[in-house]
Structures are given as structure tokens and as C-alpha cells.
Design a protein around this ligand. Structure first.
Ligand code: NAG
Ligand code: NAG
Ligand code: NAG
Length: 470
């Protein structure tokens, strides 16, 4: 009890001298601020660096009067949003990261243009501009002078900037330390400069969603550290260079939605770590390279919308890690290989809008992970090999419509929402096999009749259903 009453006394005595010492402390602080010390322990940023930073901030953002509100940008008590600093070997703080456009980072003003001054910040490691250049047209300019480009920049990210146009400058190759370069969703045009492929430290390169033209340079193969490559949604032409096979660490490649021609290069089968490959919506044709089954890490293979016009390769059945296989709208003919049933981890299979014939492989009914299967608008026939529990599980995610030769056995019929007739009994109602002979392929002219026809069948079935229930 006695001990408990003691502490307040100590506190009192300790607190007493503190208010007395405050004014001199403040004075000292003010002095420190007005006359930056040259040799004290807590050094401030070099005036040249902070001046560059102020200029960048003033040109980019009008959120605050930066010079006045944050005169010491790297001080922990007064640090800016969107900025990170590191203490250098000189014991001074340096800007290591700048981040504009996403809250809580500074927003960009309407007149903001790309600040090439960032390349004069000698210790900058990463810079982000997201949804920043939206009103005033600007270009990505890297100063010509080699000396002024920092060797420090590892990550440059310019994403969703509709006013950023013009070419990717070849001088980008001066940024030798770049590991991540993201220039996605801008309006960058012109060819991909081959100089970009001298950035040997690159791990991720994303130039997607721009208006880039020309071919994919074969120098691509130099980027031996590359793990992610995204050139999708541009206007690239020519073929995929075989040198892509030299990118042995590649895990994700996306060339979709361009105008690439030729066939898939042989080199691609060397990419044993590849998990994701998207080549959809191009003009790729012809054969798959032999040995494609070597892509043993592949989980996502997205290839729809290419004029392949070949039978489906049996080897796909050996890509046992596949979770998504999309091969729609590509002119595939012949039967669906039974080997596809070995893809036990498949959750999405898209084969719609091809010219596939024969029956649905019996093994498909035991694909236990399948969640979405679209086989619509082919020329498949025979009895659908799915039992009621399978049909129920997939529900509306199973689409077998537009295959007039297919039918579902009457025991499964009440689970029917897949656009297929009931075998046998319903034949009398609709005699579905006959119009098929006239329009083998799903053709535009057939389309106008089909929905109506289907609707009629579904109505009759619905009636059946109700009668059974009552
Ligand atoms: C299938 O997926 C599961 C879980 O996602 C994984 O553990 C398993 O290794 C996969 N099987 C194959 C053959 O890749
Ligand atoms: C449906 O088929 C699957 C796969 O063949 C099987 O595992 C399941 O037991 C079947 N269900 C019924 C209700 O017959
Ligand atoms: C199947 O593909 C067709 C044609 O592309 C599309 O219209 C339909 O919505 C798809 N069905 C499902 C269930 O995804």
C-alpha cells in the first residue's frame, strides 16, 4: 500500500523540470531547421535532391503546397504520402520510392505530364504512376545522357494513363537495374524497341493494353531472368519468335489479342516452368510443336479464337496439371480425344464453336473438378454421358446447345438445362435429327431458327416436368 502511493511523487518531481526545458529545446529545433547542420548525426537530404523532389511534386500534384507543408520530405514525423526514403552510406536520407495516383498517395493534377526528372533522383528504386496522366498528352521520355539515368531504378510502373502516348524510347535500356517494367493500359504506340531486351535483369515485362505495332523482336530470348511476359492487347504482327524457348524461367506468357500469325514455335516446349500461356485471339494456325506434353507445369492454356483448323492434339491429355483449357472458336475438327478425360484437375473446358464430331468422351463424366464446360455449337452426337448428379453440379455452367445430334437419356432429362433433346421419347415431339442434315455446321443462317426451335422444345419439356411434379 505504501509502495503504491510512492510513484506519483516521483512523477511529480520528474515532470517539474520538463516544462522548464521546453522553450530552449524549441529554440534549438528552430535553429536546426533554419541552419541545416553539416556535420551532426541526423543529416538531412542533400539540397539538390530535395529541390528535384519539390519540382517533381509541384509539377505532379496540387494536393498540398509541398514545400511549405512538408519542408523535410524524409523526416519520419513529416513524411509525405507516396514517398519512401532510405538512409544512404553518406548517412543522409534519399528518396527510394515514389507513388502517385492511388490513395493515400498524392493524386495527379490535370496538367501533370511524365516527370523525367525522376531519373535525376540518384537513389530512386521504384516509381509508380497509376491513373495519373489522364488529361494532358505526354510521352515516356528518358534523358539521353547516360550519366543522369540512375543505376538504382529497379521498378518502373506506368499503368492506366490514357494520356500517355507516343513510343517506348530506346533509351529505356539505360535503366540497367530494372527488374520490373510495367507499361500497361496506356496509349503507347510504335514498335517494341529491341533495346528493351538488353535489360538483362528484367523479371517481369508488361506492355499489355497499348497500341504497339510491328513484330516481337527475336532478341526477346536474351532476357534469361524473365518470369512474366505480357504483350497482350496490342497490334503486334508476325510470328512468335522461336527464341521465346530460351526464357527458361518463364512462368507466365500472354500474347493474346494481337494479330500474330504462323504456328506456335517449337521452342515453346522448353518452357518447363510455364504455368500460364495465353495466345487467344490471334491468327495462329497449323500444327502444335511435337513434344508439347513437356509443358508439365502448365495450368492455364488459353488459345481460343485462332484459325487452327486441325484435329485436337492427343498430347493435351498429358498436361495433367491443366485447370483451364480454352480452345473455342478455332476450327478444330475430328473427335474429342478420350485422353482429355485424364485431365483430372480441369475446372474449365471451352471447346465451343468448332467443328468437332463424334461422341463426348465417357470419361468426362468423372472429371471431379470440372466447373465450367462449354461444348456448344459443334457437330457432336450420341448420348450425353453425364449422370444426374454431374448435370446438377454444373447446372448452367454446362452448355451442350447447338449440337443437334446430341441427346440426353430420359432418366437424366429433368436435370436438363443444357439445350439438348431427350433421347427416344422426345424424338416424336421434335424429330430433331432431321434439320441437322441440312445445316451441319452452326451457321449464321441456322441461328435465327434455332433459338425458336429450342424454345419450343424447352416449353414442351417444361410442361412434361410440371405434369410429373403434380
Ligand atoms: C491438382 O490440384 C491439387 C490442388 O489444387 C494439387 O494438389 C494436385 O497436385 C494437382 N494435381 C496435379 C496432377 O497436378
Ligand atoms: C455419377 O457419375 C460419377 C462419375 O462417374 C460417379 O462418381 C457418381 O457416383 C455418379 N452418381 C450417381 C448418382 O450415379
Ligand atoms: C458457351 O459458348 C457460347 C458461344 O461462345 C456462349 O454464347 C455461351 O454463353 C457459352 N455458355 C456458357 C454456359 O458459358
Amino acid at each position: 500500500m505504501l509502495q503504491l502511493s510512492k510513484p506519483p511523487i516521483y512523477l511529480d518531481t520528474m515532470c517539474l523540470p520538463f516544462p522548464l526545458s521546453l522553450p530552449p529545446l524549441l529554440l534549438l529545433l528552430l535553429l536546426l531547421l533554419s541552419h541545416p547542420p553539416s556535420t551532426t548525426t541526423a543529416a538531412t537530404m542533400l539540397p539538390s535532391e530535395s529541390e528535384t523532389l519539390f519540382k517533381i511534386m509541384e509539377s505532379m500534384s496540387s494536393d498540398q503546397p509541398w514545400r511549405i507543408s512538408h519542408p523535410t520530405p524524409c523526416q519520419p514525423s513529416s513524411s509525405w504520402p507516396g514517398i519512401e526514403c532510405k538512409i544512404g552510406k553518406d548517412n543522409r536520407p534519399h528518396v527510394s520510392r515514389l507513388d502517385f495516383g492511388t490513395p493515400p498517395n498524392p493524386s495527379c493534377k490535370k496538367t501533370a505530364t511524365f516527370p523525367s526528372l525522376i531519373f535525376s533522383l540518384p537513389f530512386l528504386q521504384s516509381a509508380f504512376f497509376f491513373n495519373c496522366f489522364t488529361h494532358t498528352k505526354t510521352t515516356l521520355s528518358v534523358p539521353q545522357n547516360r550519366a543522369s539515368s540512375p543505376a538504382s531504378l529497379q521498378q518502373l510502373s506506368l499503368r492506366s494513363n490514357p494520356a500517355l502516348s507516343g513510343p517506348i524510347p530506346p533509351q529505356i535500356s539505360d535503366l540497367k537495374s530494372l527488374e520490373i517494367l510495367t507499361l500497361s493500359q496506356n496509349r503507347l504506340s510504335g514498335p517494341i524497341p529491341s533495346e528493351i531486351f538488353t535489360l538483362l535483369k528484367l523479371i517481369h515485362l508488361d506492355l499489355s493494353y497499348n497500341v504497339l505495332t510491328g513484330t516481337i523482336p527475336m532478341q526477346l530470348g536474351s532476357l534469361r531472368n524473365l518470369q512474366g511476359l505480357d504483350l497482350s492487347y496490342n497490334s503486334l504482327i508476325g510470328s512468335i519468335p522461336d527464341t521465346v524457348g530460351q526464357l527458361g524461367l518463364l512462368q507466365k506468357v500472354d500474347f493474346s489479342s494481337n494479330q500474330l500469325t504462323g504456328s506456335i514455335p517449337n521452342g515453346i516446349k522448353k518452357l518447363g516452368l510455364l504455368v500460364f500461356m495465353a495466345l487467344s485471339n490471334n491468327k495462329l494456325s497449323g500444327k502444335f510443336p511435337k513434344g508439347l506434353e513437356k509443358l508439365q507445369s502448365l495450368q492455364y492454356f488459353i488459345l481460343d479464337g485462332n484459325p487452327m483448323h486441325i484435329p485436337l492434339p492427343l498430347e493435351f491429355g498429358k498436361l495433367v496439371k491443366l485447370q483451364e483449357l480454352r480452345l473455342a472458336d478455332s476450327g478444330y475438327s475430328g473427335t474429342i480425344p478420350e485422353s482429355f478425360s485424364q485431365l483430372k484437375n480441369l475446372s474449365t473446358l471451352s471447346l465451343q464453336d468448332n467443328r468437332l464430331t463424334g461422341e463426348i468422351p465417357v470419361g468426362f463424366g468423372s472429371l471431379s473438378h470440372i466447373y465450367h464446360m462449354n461444348l456448344s455449337r459443334n457437330m457432336l452426337g450420341g448420348v450425353v454421358p453425364f449422370n444426374a448428379s454431374f448435370l446438377k453440379r454444373l447446372g448452367r455452367n454446362l452448355d451442350l446447345s447447338g449440337n443437334p445430334g446430341l441427346c440426353v437419356s430420359s432418366s437424366e432429362a429433368h436435370s436438363l438445362k443444357v439445350g439438348v433433346n431427350v433421347c427416344g421419347s422426345s424424338d416424336q415431339i421434335a424429330s430433331p435429327a432431321l434439320p441437322l442434315k441440312n445445316s451441319q455446321a452452326p451457321s449464321p443462317s441456322g441461328l435465327s431458327i434455332k433459338p425458336f426451335f429450342l424454345y419450343a422444345v424447352l416449353c414442351v419439356l417444361g410442361l412434361h416436368h410440371q405434369m410429373f411434379l403434380v
